[in-house]
Design a protein around this ligand. Structure first.
Ligand code: C2E
Ligand code: MG
Ligand code: MG
Ligand code: MG
Length: 276
């Protein structure tokens, strides 16, 4: 069997993989270089309270500012970073930079908001994740209640003892945890009610095909509230979508209708200064 496998791999390699393989190696080298040379940037997308209209948070979204290619979106390089394990270093940088930036905004006198950081599966499954988060908060001076970690259903919905421990550790630390792209993965209602999770983020596919998914969106909103969680809609692009969400008592919204993800300097004008 092994021989058979090997022969097949070899054939594939000969025929078509060769070029892709080279591209992957190049990309891995480039990713390492990007990290070393500071080619990564975070853009931030505002999240609004639907009732008051004020900005309550921002989601940090990774951008690779490649010297030749320009901005490369995370969808194209995160999967490779995940596969090679480089995501751990990249993710650590993201968390540090997002906390640092949020603290800076607070120091500049803006109304404190929450910064959301996406965690990859590898990051979430690190044994010392809670310590790493604690250490970043300490180094940057950001209060834990202004950091929210986004995980996906597939990372959380399991009975494994260490997952529950990680989630409880994060809760005890005082950071928030939300479930990203909610509705696209496999959720177990049993775990959902038991897990210390603060917020569900309704995936944008349900918002954008709203008419077709009306019942689903309503159910997610009502379920969140019954479980004492907040709920945010992702990918809100039209006024019509926003009105629907408002009528259904969705707490928060994020999407192009209000703002695209922006470099930090562009956000200052949208933030409110604390009045003294
Ligand atoms: P996500 O966490 O679900 O982030 C939301 C994505 O939807 C972002 O894409 C955002 O630009 C996009 N978006 C926001 N509003 C709208 C809208 O109204 N319409 C449409 N069509 N799209 C909207 P982006 O920035 O390309 O990120 C894609 C994914 O890459 C993210 O999905 C997240 O899973 C991953 N990602 C981004 N940054 C990081 C990171 O620092 N670490 C990890 N592990 N993953 C990241
Ligand atoms: Mg996200
Ligand atoms: Mg999402
Ligand atoms: Mg996602």
């Amino acid at each position: 069997v092994i021989k058979e496998h090997y022969r097949n791999d070899y054939k594939m390699f000969e025929s078509s993989i060769s070029k892709d393989f080279k591209t992957i190696l190049t990309m891995e080298t480039e990713l390492r270089k990007a990290l070393k040379e500071g080619q990564f940037e975070l853009h931030y997308q505002p999240q609004k309270n639907i009732v008051t209209g004020s900005i309550v948070g921002v989601e940090a979204l990774l951008r690779w500012n490649h010297p030749k290619e320009g901005f490369i979106s995370p969808g194209t390089f995160i999967p490779l970073a995940e596969k090679t394990g480089l995501i751990l270093e990249i993710g650590e940088w993201v968390m540090y930079e997002a906390c640092r930036q949020n603290k800076q905004w607070q120091d500049e006198g803006y109304n404190p908001i929450i910064v959301g950081v996406n965690l990859s599966a590898k990051q979430f499954h690190q044994n010392d994740l809670v310590d790493r988060v604690a250490s970043i908060l300490e180094k940057t001076g950001l209060d834990p209640s202004y950091l929210e970690l986004e995980i996906t259903e597939s990372m959380a919905m399991s009975n494994e003892e260490d997952i529950i421990q990680t989630l409880e550790g994060l809760r005890d630390l005082g950071v928030y945890v939300s479930i990203d792209d909610f509705g696209t993965g496999y959720s177990s209602l049993k775990y959902l009610s038991r897990f210390p999770v603060n917020k569900l983020k309704i995936d944008k596919v349900f918002i954008q095909n709203r008419k077709q998914n009306e019942a689903i969106v309503k159910s997610i909103i009502h379920m969140s509230h019954s479980l004492d969680m907040k709920v945010i809609a992702e990918g809100v692009e039209t006024e019509e979508q926003l009105t629907f969400l408002k009528n259904e008592s969705c707490d928060e919204m994020q999407g192009f209708f209000y703002s695209k993800p922006l470099p930090p300097a562009h956000l200052n004008t949208m933030f409110q200064k604390l009045t003294v």
